[in-house]
Every structure is written in C-alpha cells, then in structure tokens.
Write a protein that binds this ligand. Structure first.
Ligand SMILES: [Zn+2]
Length: 903
C-alpha cells in the first residue's frame, strides 16, 4: 500500500519527477502539482487495447448509434474537434457499459474546394493532399484515445464511396427529383471560370484574378428538395430531442408562408398577365407598382416598349458586372420597364419595374409593390421615386389623436383597413384578406397559394474535386443517365490545375468523350461535380454497411442501426447539412431503402433522434489596452496566471475569450496540450469546464484541478485494491451508520451520473457528483476493506472510465481486477439504498401542524408507533391530551401524518 504519489511512481512506473514538463506559454507555469506520468499510462493501455480490443460488436444486444460529424481533412485537428470527439467517445463508452451494441464510426468529408486550391497554388494533386491530411489527422486523433471503429472508415473521395453517391443521384433522377435548369453563377471573366461565393471578396472581385465578378446564367443540376418542403417542415415537430434553436432555424429556412397569387394584366399586346404571390392579400388596394426579376420572361426586347428597351436591357446587363449575387439581392436599384399593368380591382394603371432584389427562383419572379406596408417596397419606392404619394390602406387600430403628418415609415403590422380599400373599409387585416381572396377567386384574378422560402438545391459545381454527376450528353438522345452497373463514373486523376478556363474535367478529353449508353453514338460526359453537401447527406447510412459492393447499404442492416441515436456536431451545420440529410433520409425511406422499426423515434424517415450541438472553444486573448493590438504569447508575462503583465510596458493587458484565430494569437494546439497535460485531464477539463452546448473558455491553468482529482481517485483505488478482502456487500440493515451513509451517497451518485450521461448531457454535473463521492469516501471512517468502501470506489472508477479511459483502466487494475473496466456493467442504483435511515415526520393534529418526530425509515407510516412517540413528548401531550384518535391520515410518503381526534 502507498500513501503518496511518489510511491505510486516506483510501484507502477508511470510517474516522473516534478518539473520535467516544458510548459506552453499560455499554461500556468510551475503549478503542476501532481506528477502522474499520463503519457506512460496512455502508452501502456494503448498497447493492451491493441492486443485485446474491449469493444466487440454483439448483435444480440440492442443497438446504439453514436455519431459525431465527420471532419473535413484540413490536416490539422483543432480544439473544436477534440471537444466533439471527447463527448462522443464518452457517450459511446457509457452506452457500451450499459450493454448496448454501440456503433461509433469515423470518416472524412474529403471532397471540396481547399484541396483544389492547394493544387492550383502549390501544385499538389488534391488526392495526394487529401490522403496526406487524413494520415496526419488520424495520427492526432490516435493521441486522444478516442475509440472509433476504424474498420468502418469512409472517405467521400474514394470511388468505393462516391460510386454510391452517384447511385443515389440516379435514384433521385429516376424519381424526378434531379433536374437541370438555368441558374445564375459568379463568373470570373478573366479566368473564365465559375467561382464559389467564398471566392468572391467584399468588393465583388475574384480571389484569384481580381476581376470584377459577373452574373452568368448556366445550365445546372438541382435536387427538388421543395417537393419535401411540407414533410421537412411538419416533421420538425417529431424532433423532440433537438435543440429548440436548431428547429427554429430549420423552420425559418423552409419559410412557409400562406397567402394568395394575384394576376395583373399587362397593358401591352401579346403579353401574358403577371402573376404575383403575396402573404398579405389584405394589402391589395395598396399595390402601387409591380417588380419583376432581371431574369423574368418580360425582360425581352420584343416585349418592352421600343423607347425603353435599350435602357432596361443595359441596366440588366450592367447588373452582373458591378456586384456579386448576394449584394444584388440587397440592392435598392431598379428601372422602369416602360410597361404598365392594370390593377385587378381598381383598374388603375400601375408601372412595372425590374430590380435585382426580386429573385427569379422565388415564387413567380414577380412581386407586388406595396410601399406603405412592406419595408423593402418602401425603401425601393423612395429610392426610385416610383410614386408621388404612398397609399396607406391599413392603419393601426390605436391612433394618436391630432397627428396629421405624413408617416415616415411603413406600417407592416396587421390592423384595420382604411377608406382606400373601398368595400373592405373598417375590416380587420385577417378578415379582409379572406374577403379579398374570395372576391379574387370569384372574379377569376387570383387564388390561394402557399410559398416556401426553401429553394431547390443547386448541386452542380463547376469544380474538379467532387463526385462526377453520372450523366452523359448525347447529340441525339440528349440527357442520358449512366447505367447503374457502369458506376462509378471515375474522377480522372491525370488532369492539370491552372484555375483558369473552367473545370479541369472539361479539358480531360479522354475522360470527357464517351459513348452514349443509349444509342452507342459519340457523346460527352457531364463535367459538373456534386456539391460536397451531397456526400455528407448520407455518410451516416454508409457507416452501417461500409463494405457493401452491390448497394449503398443493405436495407436490413441499415434499418437495424438507423436512425442515429445521438448526433453530435457544431451548430454551424444546423441548417443546410441537417436539412439535406433529412431530405436524403426521407427520400430513401420513401423508396424503402431504409425501414427502421416503427417504434423507433423520431419516425417518418427522420435520420437523427437526439441532436447535441456543441458550443465553440474560445481562447484566452490578450490585447494592449492602449493600442488595442493583439498580443503574442511571448509578449505577456503569465507568472501569475490571474494577473498577467505586458512585458514591454508592465501594464495589465485586457483579457477576453474569443474564437481562436491566428491573428489573435489565441489558438491552442490540442496535440501539445495533451502531450503536456495528459489526454485524460484534457478530456475531463473539456467536459467539466462548460455544458456541451455552451462556449468553452479554454485555459490550461484549470486542468490542474482535474489532475488532482485523478490523483485522488488513483490513490483511493490503490487503497481499496490493497485492502480488498472480496467480501459480499451486506444487507442494508447490517451496515454501520457510516457505511449506510457512504452506500446511500454512492447510489445517489450513480442515479445522478446516469441521468446526466443519458438525458441532460451535463457532463460537468456528472464530474462534480463524482468528485463529491470521492470526497465522501476519502473523508469517511469506513474501513477500506469494507465491501461498502470497495463498492463505492469501484463505482467511481466505472463511472469516470468513459470520460478518462486510461485512468479508468489504471484504477480498475489498482482495484485488483484483471478484465478491462469497459467490460464491466455500468453501475445501477437501488431505490431502497437511496432512502434515508431516519425521516422527519411532521404531525398535524386536526389539520394543524403541531410537532415533528424523527423516525427510523422502517417506521415511516406506522401510525400507532408515531402516536406512541408523539404522546411521549411534552408538546404532543399538550395537544393530544387524553383524547383518543379517531382517524390517522398519512401523506407525503409518510413524512406527514394528520391525527383527527375524537370530540
Ligand atoms: Zn444517344
């Protein structure tokens, strides 16, 4: 037996003398109180795990699928990764100990722009760059003792994977959900290539050539996600274990609005009426102009009045040259087309404008201008002097008396219709909207309509490093899907990267030219590749059956694992990735490719049951309070962690916690942290410092607290191990009072930690509870040889093991056990153990609380005994006197008894 850390070192060879660590500049210096050699402990257990893996899939056990979002292989693991994998690894180890057949896979979201940029800038082939980065990140991950099932690893850039991405695309195509149409892209006129939004700078210039980016229409591929809009919206209600914030973001993105579509006839020869959607039919009388998108069919020379056509067409052409697309949508610019429409109820002539803020793919590509009741219309109307006087057709039911001035802003709320609305004057907005719509239906100029903000998913990318779209273009047969047996359409590796002249695929002539699968004539391949969001919309399904060579996955195997039980990842993916994954999953569910048992939540083909969105990791940031300059680590003296000094000036820097970035010198390299502080203390620190969904303010200084606790549990374990007599746990009644207390605290902790791990994910609370239990054990008078003591320490070790795998194993060994701690069952609590020895029982006499008695738990509810004890006390005697009890009522689990006396 040993009582101090150094003896542990000699005994186990895991310690090293104090002060051998080189501390990082931001770490609290010279405070490494304990000297456990975590690195040696990690090496020891990694070797043992390699010899005898603790996780073996057992299909007879119930399935549990823990998924963390797979990373982009940038080559560098950051603290955010460490946080998400620590959470997922903790959960999967916990579930495994609970007896589940756990799936905890990992892979790589390996296609995408950075690899292609590296090829252009540094001449490294994207494939080579990606493979190198994956190797580097795997090496970093292996340091974190995260137990991923690498036998299921997927890489989206492998032909074995993207073959099935192409297969699913073709299934979508067959179902009519993949189609082509023209869409506007960012076009670099110098490099003759399409740019992603992130390659266009704030001034609308290309990242590479510096040229002003143009809007250009190209024929592109879309997924008809809008067909699923209603399901995607309604089924949000099934997602009871998703954060409310994420659900709100999904609802907003889908953006359902109900309203009406009205027709305005155009006062020109051979021009069909303009259809406009509005969510506010009650404002129809306030329509003072119409606006169409620059891409609208009205904007053609033959449809525009001769005098106006040049100006309009030049305006539309120039739009592309001055701004990128996103700015155009914010713009207030517009020009009169020279055309007028007739208002369907007032027959007034109203002007038709063209403006970029109207999106061609939202609704009908035309909107009604109601400046009095819409902020954007108000701004547009005033910027372009569309009308002299703005018509307010709705007013607030509450009016300020005596105000006659012109309103200075639009009135966008619901209200009461004014006299301008003719027969609808005095009606409330909702009621008027219905009445106007009814009139429109009768008169034949409108009908009710539903509109979604959600657009179809533009999945074409004019890029090289992505999954080729499996389509062939034939001069005779036009668009021909590649037969599924000919998949994959491989990405040719022998291409050159210049960043100019479009996608390298368009120049890979050997690959480009092919035979038409239908007529066998000469044809060309589609050169667009798929958006990487396509790859990541189904990777979690592939994990269930990763080596399948005849299907993306076997429906039966996938259905046993899906939906994912818990999905952990950053909130930045809360919209697109989750929405697209839901779309894919719902599509495949409808196709019968996945058919989970109907009692599995959430149902309706929803892919993820619990969603845990982890917060960011912020770094400690120092600024010079005078110059506001960010300070480098070497410019700050951190001898006193709480009172840092700027070395040059002796002043105190301003300290904040901010998103880690190179320019703020506040980044933390996870690899060096775990090397210096140990993996398990780092894991514990991550889990302890903040609940998973909140921002984690990183500082190394407080890791020491976790190291101290680990040292304490190691000591408790060896104390228990050395004194162990392998005795059976006595019955509750046979325990001493001290044992009883320890046993109760142990079981209370088991209950609380189990709940924290399975429902609230409050790992910080779980750790506090375990720290309290270890304090209870170390401060108790119970002998270490007592089975109650042994039981308490074993429980602590089992419960901390998922968070600290190597320490868990080490302690378990100290306890004299041979098997891995991960082969142990997660401890269960006994309700009767939670009961207190004594209960304070309140006594009422005729409904009034008069006294209390302290009862042994066994006597709770025993009214005769309670009466006897009450009569023994002076207070009881005073109230009970000689009277006998007519009735005794027991309440609050026996903690309250009401004696009703005989009169
Ligand atoms: Zn053909």
């Amino acid at each position: 037996m040993f009582s101090c850390h150094s003896s542990l070192g000699r005994a186990r060879g895991l310690l090293r003398p104090l002060g051998t660590n080189t501390l990082r500049s931001y770490a609290s210096p010279a405070k490494k109180a304990n000297a456990i050699d975590f690195s040696a402990m990690e090496t020891k257990w990694k070797a043992r795990w390699a010899d005898a893996p603790s996780s073996t899939a057992d299909p007879s056990k119930p399935s549990y699928y823990v998924l963390s979002m797979f990373p982009y292989p940038s080559g560098l693991l950051h603290m955010g990764h460490v946080r998400v994998y620590t959470i997922s690894d903790t959960l999967q180890r916990f579930r495994r100990m609970q007896g589940y057949n756990v799936l905890h896979p990992m892979g790589w979201d390996a296609f995408g722009l950075p690899a292609e940029n590296a090829a252009i800038e540094r001449g490294i082939h994207p494939a080579e760059w990606t493979v190198k980065n994956i190797a580097a990140m795997k090496e970093q991950m292996s340091k974190l003792t995260i137990d991923f099932d690498w036998s299921r690893e997927v890489r989206t850039c492998d032909p074995d994977y993207y073959r099935w991405t192409q297969y699913i695309f073709l299934e979508m195509y067959k179902a009519g959900l993949a189609y082509q149409k023209e869409a506007v892209v960012n076009w670099d006129p110098v490099d003759q290539t399409v740019l992603a939004n992130e390659q266009v700078d704030a001034e609308g210039k290309s990242w590479r050539s510096g040229a002003l980016v143009e809007r250009k229409k190209l024929r592109q591929w879309f997924f008809k996600v809008t067909d699923f809009a209603e399901d995607l919206l309604n089924d949000i209600d099934l997602l009871t274990h998703w954060p409310e914030r994420v659900k709100q973001m999904q609802r907003h993105w889908i953006g359902k609005s109900q309203g009406a579509e009205f027709e305005f006839s155009v006062l020109a020869e051979n021009v069909s009426p303009l259809k406009v959607f509005t969510s506010r039919p009650d404002t129809l009388y306030g329509v003072q102009y119409l606006v169409v998108s620059p891409e609208h069919e009205l904007i053609k020379r033959e449809r525009l009045p001769a005098g106006q056509a040049d100006e309009v067409l030049t305006f539309v052409e120039d739009l592309g040259k001055v701004q990128n697309m996103e700015e155009a949508e914010e713009s207030k610019k517009g020009v009169f087309t020279g055309l007028y429409a007739s208002h369907p109820v007032t027959s007034e002539q109203i002007p038709i404008y063209v403006a970029p803020y109207v999106l061609s793919d939202y609704g009908t590509g035309a909107v009604m201008g109601v400046p009095a009741h819409d902020k954007r219309d108000w701004d547009f109307c005033r910027a372009n002097n569309v009308v002299d006087k703005i018509k307010f057709v709705i007013e607030s039911p509450i009016k300020e008396v005596g105000v006659t001035e012109e309103p200075t802003e639009p009135f966008t709320a619901h209200g009461i219709l004014t006299g301008i609305s003719g027969p609808y004057k005095g009606m409330k907005s909702k009621e008027a909207g219905k009445a106007i719509l009814k009139k429109a239906i009768q008169a034949g100029f409108g009908h009710s309509a539903t509109q979604y903000r959600l657009k179809d998913w533009l999945l074409s990318r004019q890029r090289y490093w992505g999954a080729p779209i499996p389509i062939v273009h034939c001069p005779t047969c036009k668009v021909v899907p590649v037969p599924q047996e000919d998949l994959p359409v491989p990405l040719p590796l022998d291409v050159t990267f210049t960043g100019k002249g479009g996608s390298p695929l368009a120049r890979a002539t050997d690959w480009l030219n092919c035979k038409c699968p239908k007529c066998n004539g000469p044809a060309t391949r589609e050169t667009d590749t798929m958006d990487t969001f396509v790859d990541s919309s189904w990777y979690f399904m592939r994990y269930t059956d990763p080596h399948n060579t005849s299907l993306p996955f076997d429906p039966k195997i996938a259905s046993e694992r899906l939906p994912v039980d818990i999905y952990i990842g950053g909130v930045e993916h809360a919209i697109l990735h989750l929405l697209y994954s839901r779309f894919f999953s719902k599509f495949l569910y409808k196709q019968g490719a996945i058919a989970p048992s109907p009692n599995k939540l959430p149902g309706n083909g929803e892919p993820f049951n619990v969603l845990l969105t982890q917060g960011m990791v912020h770094g400690r940031t120092f600024k010079d309070p005078v110059t506001q300059r960010f300070l480098k680590p070497e410019e700050v003296d951190l001898t006193d962690f709480n009172k840092p000094k700027i070395i040059a000036t002796g002043e105190s820097p301003s300290i904040s916690y901010e998103k880690m970035s190179k320019s703020k010198y506040n980044g933390v390299d996870p690899t060096s942290v775990v090397e210096e502080q140990g993996v398990d203390p780092t894991r514990l620190h991550i889990l302890y410092k903040a609940p998973p969904s909140e921002v984690l303010e990183w500082d190394d200084a407080s890791i020491i607290g976790m190291q101290r606790w680990i040292a304490k549990v190691l000591k408790l374990s060896s104390t228990a191990g050395e004194s162990r007599l392998k005795l059976e746990l006595p019955e509750l009644e046979a325990m001493t009072g001290e044992e009883r207390d320890m046993y109760r605290t142990t079981h209370l902790t088991i209950k609380q930690v189990t709940e924290s791990m399975s429902t609230s994910f409050g790992f910080n609370t779980a750790i506090s509870d375990l720290i309290k239990l270890s304090n209870c054990v170390s401060g108790s008078k119970v002998e270490a040889s007592s089975p109650v003591y042994q039981h308490a320490v074993q429980s602590i070790v089992k419960m901390m093991a998922p968070m600290t795998p190597t320490v868990g194993e080490e302690c378990w060994e100290e306890l004299g056990e041979k098997e891995s701690v991960f082969q142990q069952e997660w401890p269960k609590w006994e309700d009767k153990a939670l009961a207190k020895d004594n209960v304070e029982c309140m006594i009422q006499i005729n409904g009034k609380t008069r006294l209390s008695v302290n009862l042994p738990a066994a006597l709770v509810g025993n009214t005769e005994e309670i009466e006897r004890r009450a009569r023994e006390s002076p207070v009881g005697q005073k109230w009970l006197g000689e009277k006998s009890i007519r009735r005794a009522i027991v309440a609050k689990n026996g903690e309250l008894v009401n004696f009703v006396l005989q009169n």
